[in-house]
Ligand binder design. Sequence first.
Ligand SMILES: [Zn+2]
Length: 249
Amino acid sequence: MGPVKASPQTQLRLLELADLDAELARLDHRRRGLPEVAELARLEARASELKDALVVTETELGDLAREQSRAERDVDQVRTRIDRDRARLDAGQVSAARELASLQSEVESLHRRQGDLEEVVLELMERKEELESRRDELTTERDSLGSEMTAVAAKRDAAVNEIDEQESKASDRRGQIAAEVPADLLKLYDQIRSTRGVGAAALRAGRCEGCHLSLNTVDLNVIRASAPDEVIRCEECRRILVRTPESGL
Ligand SMILES: [Zn+2]
């Protein structure tokens, strides 16, 4: 690309472009850094934890219900056998001493078994109560999390809409200005912008506003000697250096 030339007025347009590009970058940064986005991600992570915890709790409750009815069935069976043995004893059907002793000992051991099983049923019921209250807590938190997420999402959407509006205005304005800048100058500006973030900067009071370094006397003298339509680059940051009435030349 040969040396790019442009009238001082056109070069000044580059500063407007740079301002708009900075605003667009600021808006993009704001959109990415919206606190609502991070907050929503945190809430979503918690919601997914709650969902998993609820599945685990419901599964445990199901297992427990099956275990409980099995234990209750066992208790019933033992009771039935005790009743039957008692009936035999009470009816005096058993007279032989050895048989009597064996039946009495069976009734005793059945009572112990019944006691053990009833204890198991009680433990299962306690565990069930704990799990049910845990399930209720999880459900309550999930529901309130749901409404919180809806509120945060609405806030995020409002913020995004506002950013979109500002972005569309800045972008329109940029398009209008870019249309007034000759293609070779715009290409140079965009090339520098893609590598350095900012394509053009003003020379103000002998200082490049892109890299904020003061130019030395030699460089300032070179600029003083340059034709107004020459496009100058900062020796430090290589950005297009636009001369303004405040350049201090
Ligand atoms: Zn510079």
